[in-house]
Ligand binder design. Sequence first.
Ligand code: SAM
Length: 282
Amino acid sequence: MNYRHAFHAGNHGDVLKHAVLARTLELLKAKDKPFAVLDAHAGIGRYDLQSVQANKTGEWQGGIAKMDDDFSPEVEAILSPYRQVLATLNPDGEGRFYPGSPEIVVRLMRKDDRLVANELHPIDVEELRAVYATQKNVSVTQLDFIQAVKVQLPFRERRGLVLIDPPFEVLDETLRTAKAIEFGYRRMANAVFMIWYPVTTEEFAAQFVATLQALNIPNMLQAELRVKYAFAQGGLSGSGLVIINPPFGLEKDLQALLPALAGRLGLGEWGRGTVQWLTPLK
Ligand SMILES: C[S@@+](CC[C@H](N)C(=O)[O-])C[C@H]1O[C@@H](n2cnc3c(N)ncnc32)[C@H](O)[C@@H]1O
């Protein structure tokens, strides 16, 4: 396990994932009934963009650093839960700290909602435990993500979200992700499943999406953000989310958000933000 998210925090992939995660949580809050979130690859929760790791790659310069100026009022309304988390984490307005996925959940969930943050890396999981030690409705586990899905689903609340955000370090990550979704869906068909994938090569992204599509699970939505040309030898040229059971209103929001993010984060003519259903609605 070599991957450490501290090198990548706040990049364009994070902006997409976290803005959509925050909006989705906000839509889940439209109903009073409490929900649970399983963050199956949680990372360490909070990131310092002035750290040696963040500045070694400087990836955040192509992501969150470009988000300062306002978008249209429609897009700002969609981004507002994400903006709210960034603002509360940076009360001095400097934008030094960046929220990982568990931090976004912790800052947006209500007192009866809960988070299970799962992380396999032995150092990162300890950091995560330390950060959330005093939070009553957060539990931290250290399992392989497939096991975490098996153990946690179905949620006792009967509603909630599972975030699958693998590091894509191992060759069979696509098949393991599909396996986790298959298990998870069998256990809790009404959960929202949100899966992040990188666009490294065209072939990789197409194959990843086709593998999930072949699971034949209805209500599967794809949102993909490209920021630059995808070279055959790889490199992160964009990323996408596959969302099963998106809450009502999310598709419409993404139809407005994705082109706006592509316009802002895309390099020259390469910015592209697309949203489509991968499987029929049920
Ligand atoms: C892309 S990062 C997660 C970032 C986090 N979701 C966020 O948005 O802030 C992927 C994380 O998965 C962890 N990881 C790697 N293999 C794993 C596995 N088999 N099961 C669970 N976590 C794993 C890595 O240590 C890494 O922290």
